[in-house]
Design a protein around this ligand. Sequence first.
Ligand SMILES: C[S@@+](CC[C@H](N)C(=O)[O-])C[C@H]1O[C@@H](n2cnc3c(N)ncnc32)[C@H](O)[C@@H]1O
Length: 394
Amino acid sequence: MNFSKLFEETRPILISSSPHITLYVKQEITALGFEVMSEGFTTVETQGTFDDAIRFNIQLRTGNHVYFLVEKLLASSVEELYAGIRKIEWEEILIEDGYFSVHSVTDHPEIQNTMFLNLRIKDAVADRFQEVRNKRPDSGSEKNRSVIFVYWKSNEALVYIDTSGDPLTKHGYRKISLRAPLQESLAAAMVMSTRWDKKGAFVNPMCGSGTLAIEAALMACDKSPGLIRDNFGFMHVKGYNPETFRTIQKQAEEKIAATIPCKIIAGDIDHEALRAARTNAENAGVDHLIEFIKSDFQNTPIPDHVGVVMFNPPYGERLGATDQLENTYAQIGDFLKKNCRGYWGYVFTANPMLAKKIGLKAKRKIDFYNGQLKCKLLEYELYEGSKKRDRELA
Ligand SMILES: C[S@@+](CC[C@H](N)C(=O)[O-])C[C@H]1O[C@@H](n2cnc3c(N)ncnc32)[C@H](O)[C@@H]1O
């Protein structure tokens, strides 16, 4: 293969995500006009050029990493893998005076710890450089410059450039994290999983550091999360052209709406949480689109233009004790029933016992993981009908 043309070719692009989020990654890449070629439990494969990989990094809300395929190798042992990787013309891909790191995933029985594999891959790349250029780039574990990713399963190894570097799960606006913040990509997937049409209200009592409301605001004004970040893996390889990147950024910037048709409300009882949410929203450039309210969730104003009310309450694993929370969950159920008629209500929890205290029948239970914790986003249809009946009975 002629590696000097690598960055101009259409090649497989693999997008990784957290479990249960591939559905939303698929929606996003399809909306961007790309075809889904295949999918796994935490990956979606499409194809495109290196510039398309840049676009994904800027625009995807729910992905973790965007991997651009360099080479497919046959290797049944570590030494065969070393030899195959050493044959790749890394001098056409990596910057000579640069810095690179390696990460890998394998099911190979010889490998107990991928650190050993990563070292061997690093040696192969460095030895190649030494051989053809008589010098070698620096390497280490930091993911903020060139990153090579190898997926080695059975006898096949897929060698990629990780065009994201540091994971896209962080959208770059959260400078202040409080207790139990949601990952930004998870929050985006949660918002995408709801029935919110971006015209009705999005209400987020118990907003914490504001992740759900900020993701909702980014979606409502069509601002790509990658516009908030200033460093990506793709910037540290030879195919990177800053002018192309600037054009892609400009195209994304031009789509941003100055105003939005819906109300977005973020409330929290805790002053510090609200301060963090406001600062994070400022960093994301969407603070003007969110109404921040310091109040107990039971006093959150609910706009007439019905939409979605979403709760991410403490659930006992990491914050507060479960028994103290039973009352809170029962009150959330009452609040949804009495104050949010006509809305779709959502409660995100890892605690099924607490969820029962809400006292409403869930229409859907949407699976997610929050870190290692299995969670459900419970969806409630809060019928308008009972409101009419109440008025008639009054
Ligand atoms: C799990 S955290 C929310 C995390 C948030 N999704 C994030 O990404 O940062 C729960 C939040 O509920 C707030 N909270 C607890 N009891 C409350 C109440 N009665 N009314 C309003 N907020 C409350 C806490 O202050 C905390 O910020």
